[in-house]
Design a protein around this ligand. Sequence first.
Ligand code: VG1
Ligand code: CO
Length: 545
Amino acid sequence: MTQVNIINIDSPFLDQKPGTSGLRKSTLQFQEEHYLEIFIEAILQSFQYLERSTLIIGGDGRYGNLEAIEKIIQICVAHKVKKVIVPKDGLLSTPATSNLIRKENAIGGIILSASHNPGGIHGDFGVKLNVSNGGPAPETITNKIYKSSQLLTSYKICNVHSPDLSKYGTYSFGDTILEIIDGLKDYSFLMETIFDFDQISDFLKKDFSFIFDAMNAVTGPYAKNIFVEKMGLSNDSVMNGISLKDFGGLHPDPNLTYASHLADLLLNKKSYSFGAACDGDGDRNMILGRGCFVNPSDSLAIITANTSFVPGYKEGITGVARSMPTSSAVDIVARELSIPCFETPTGWKFFGNLLDANLISICGEESFGTGSNHVREKDGLWAVLYWLQVLAEKKCSVNDLMQNHWNQFGRNYYSRHDYEAIPSNIADQIFGNLTCMLKNLKGSKFAGSLVKEADNFSYSDPIDNSISENQGLRIILDDNSRIIVRLSGTGTKGATLRLYFEKFFTPKQNLSLNPQVALKPLIDDVDNLLNISKLTKMENPTVIT
Ligand code: VG1
Ligand code: CO
C-alpha cells in the first residue's frame, strides 16, 4: 500500500502570478520548502478525472530537474493519476513534450524549465503546464491555478521511492503506473514525416558546412539523434551537445549576445555555411548564414513563402499568425498567398485556438520562436530543419535566400532592444509615462511621420471570444512604421523593458542597410520621448536583436 501523506502549510506560497509562460523563479526560491509542491498540487487540482488520465513529465535538464520530477511523481501517486510518462534521464524538450501529449492522448504535461533563462543553483528554474492539445495552458487555467495556490493549506504526497530514471521501465505505485520511455524517438520520427532527411543529409555532406549549437541544454541529444545518427553527419556538427545542469555556464538564449561564440563563428570568422542554436528547452531557434544573421521575423516570412519546398506543407497552408510585436514581413507574404494572417498577443498560448481550428498552419514570434500545426509549441529544431530543407531544395546560401525574399517582397527593417534587470520602479515609470502620453500622440509628428494610431494592444480570440487586454503599447506611423513597448513576463530579476522598432522599405529602396541605421530616427525619437537612457542609466540596451 502506498500511504498518502497530507502536508499542512501556511499559505499563500506563490507571491506572483505565473508570467508569459508558466512559473519562473530563481532556483533557490524553488528549493524552498513546499514551494514546488504547492504549485504542483494546484496544477493537479485544476484537472478532472486524473484517475483515468495520463500525464507527461519532463524537463530541460537544468539544476533541480530530476529532484523535481521525483517529487511530482510522488504527488501524482497521491492523486492517483492513472499513468505518468517520464522520458529517460528526465530530459524532454518543450516541443517533444507537446508531441508526446498529443500522441499519448494525455491530459497534459509538466515541463520543468525556465526556458532561455540561465540554470544552475544561482540561475532560474520553472514549471510550465501544457494542456491536452499539447499547447501551453491558456490564461483561464493559469489564473485558476494561481488562485487555488493562494488558498491551499495542504498538499498530498506519497513517499514512494522513485526508480532510476536513467533506465527504461514500467513500474506501479498504488493506482499509478509509471513509464520511463525514450524521449527522442517520437520527436525524431515526427520530423521525418515532415522533412526529407536524405535530401538534407546529401546537401549537408556536399559543400554546405553546418554547425548546430545546443548550448549544453536539452536539444543536444535530439540534434545528435537527427544529424549524427540519422543523417550521418560528423559528431562535431553538434557543439555544446551534452545536457549539463548549469548549461556549462552558458546562458541558453540563442541570440547575438548570449550565443556570441556561435555568432562569431558565422559572422566574423565565416567558418560555416549555416549555423543554428536553440534555447534551454528547445523551443527557440536562431538561424545564421555565412556572414549573415536571420532576424526571426524575417524567418517567419521566409518559412511562410517557401512551404511548397517542404514535404510536410506541400499541400498548402490555411493561414498564418504572428505575435503583435513581430514584424509585418509575414503579413506581406500572406497577402501574396491570399491566406489570412492573425495578430495575437505575445506568448505561444494565443496560437493554440487558431491551430486547433485549422485557421492557421504556421505561426511565429520575433523572440526566436517559429512553429506549425505539427505540435502546439514553438519548435527550435523544426525551424532549423525547415531552413535546411528549403536551402537543400533551392541549392542556395542563406544570404541569397534572404536577398531574393527582400527583392520580391520588400524588407521590414526590424530590431528589438532589451533593457534587462532594470529596477522595477524605473520600468514602471517609463511604461506609465508612455501610457499617459498615448492619447495625445495620435496626429502628432514622430520620426518625421504622423502618428496614425497609439494604443495599448488588446486581443479578442476569434474562437472562444476571450479578451486579453494590456498586451503592449503601440505607436503606429502613417508609413506603417511601428514602435512597441512591453514589459517582459519571463524575467526573474527586476524588470525587463522591451522596445521593438519596425520600418518597411520597398524593393526599390536600399535593402542592405544595417537595421540600427535604417531604424535610427525611430530609436532616437523614442529615447527623446521616454528618456530611457537617462532613466535606466544605460547607454545601450543589454541585448539588441
Ligand atoms: C518572452 C518572449 C515571448 C515568448 C516568451 C516565452 O516573453 O518575448 O515572445 O513567448 O518569452 O518563450 P517576455 O514576456 O519575456 O517578452 V520561452 O522560450 O520562455 O517558452
Ligand atoms: Co524556450
